[in-house]
Write a protein that binds this ligand. Structure first.
Ligand SMILES: NC(=O)c1ccc[n+]([C@@H]2O[C@H](COP(=O)([O-])OP(=O)(O)OC[C@H]3O[C@@H](n4cnc5c(N)ncnc54)[C@H](OP(=O)(O)O)[C@@H]3O)[C@@H](O)[C@H]2O)c1
Length: 330
């Protein structure tokens, strides 16, 4: 099968070219450096001749005109694919697309996805969460005058290798004519994650928790960056990255408590949180999610809260207690 990888010299693109090549496919790495430019259309017709699949993992700068760049590139690409009678268009997009219309970047992604969906071309859209490799840039772009302003929202970063594997499999398979999400195996609270990461790297910047912090031009909800329940989950944990310094364990030695907190919060999101009160947990509300350094109080608060959530839900629905059971509920 001939596969053209648009953006084939980039982070994901170059991994994908190796992976697909290793599986015996004829692969073309298409990018400005190899004479193919989707913005101008240069080199596209030649590159696509005889292609069965085109995988678009190209990227544009996070600038105000992102929409125009994405739309122009995608239009040029889809038009060239139609002429070459390509049988499958695969595009790598971002989890959260469609949820943040205030962001020029997310709007651009939505526009790109709509063009693909309406093209009549068999397609697969793969939305990924933030790449592990991208996290230092996230901190940089949130930095202002030595302070890294981040919202206390959840995110679920994924290793580039895991994204590549998912995109590779989907590219070699039948078009899904829909959206598939790919994410990492664990969730983190963004402000804490970066606070730990920067501290471990002796980075002098301070992380400021700001619920209204802008993330590429938009404010974030608690779960905006999280995938849905059917996402493909990568197996690479951030803490296992060979180049990792810090991060991946946002509560220091209390990773278990962090996971427990996430479980509680996930339960809370589904439960009628309003019915929980001090009487139900046996602890003052301000101590429910107190400083993880006060381990015993913190754990007691979380356990009390989870118990109360479960009591509220008792007869209403089956629950996934895997996480809880894995850690040996006592
Ligand atoms: N970073 C994240 O956390 C994240 C999360 C989810 C999804 N994504 C998306 O995943 C995709 C891949 O990301 P990545 O980190 O692998 O990107 P990357 O390393 O920046 O690579 C981008 C590639 O696109 C090529 N490119 C740029 N302009 C082009 C044009 N006009 N025509 C053809 N090729 C062009 C680049 O070539 P040159 O190097 O020659 O410019 C490069 O090969 C992107 O669409 C990105 O938005 C990223």
């Amino acid at each position: 099968m001939k596969v053209v990888v648009i953006g084939g010299t980039g982070l994901i693109g170059s991994k994908l070219v190796s992976r697909l090549g290793g599986h015996g496919h004829e692969v073309v790495a298409a990018a400005p450096d190899t004479g193919v430019d989707t913005l101008t259309g240069a080199g596209l017709a030649d590159a696509l001749t005889g292609a069965d699949v085109v995988v678009d993992v190209s990227s544009t700068p996070f600038s105000g005109d992102a929409a125009e760049l994405f739309e122009t590139s995608t239009r040029n690409l889809l038009a060239a694919e139609a002429v070459a009678r390509v049988g499958h268009h695969v595009a790598l997009s971002v989890v959260g697309t469609g949820q943040s219309p205030q962001s020029g970047y997310f709007r651009a992604r939505s526009a790109q996805e709509k063009l693909i969906e309406n093209s009549g071309m068999p397609y697969s859209i793969v939305r990924a969460t933030q790449f592990h490799e991208f996290l230092p840039r996230m901190a940089d772009s949130a930095t202002d005058d030595g302070a890294v302003r981040l919202a206390p929202v959840l995110f679920q970063p994924v290793a580039g290798d895991d994204v590549t594997e998912a995109v590779g499999r989907i590219s070699a398979g039948a078009p899904v004519n829909g959206i598939v999400e790919v994410a990492g195996p664990e969730q983190f609270r963004m402000d804490r994650f970066f606070r730990d990461l920067l501290a471990a790297r002796n980075d002098p910047r301070t992380v400021v928790t700001d619920p209204h912090a802008s993330y590429f031009g938009t404010s974030l909800g608690e779960r905006t960056l999280l995938p849905g329940p059917n996402a493909i989950l990568g197996t690479t944990h951030y803490r296992d990255r060979p180049d990792r310094t810090g991060g991946g364990n946002p509560t220091g030695d209390h990773a278990f408590l962090h996971e427990l907190e996430l479980t509680v919060r996930a339960e809370l999101a589904e439960a009628e949180a309003g019915r929980l009160d001090e009487a139900a947990t046996g602890l003052p509300i301000e101590q429910w999610l107190s400083d993880p350094a006060e381990t015993q109080l913190y754990e007691a608060g979380l356990r009390g809260l989870l118990g109360a959530v479960e009591a509220v839900e008792e007869d209403s629905r089956p629950r996934d207690k895997d996480l809880w059971n894995r850690h040996g509920r006592r």
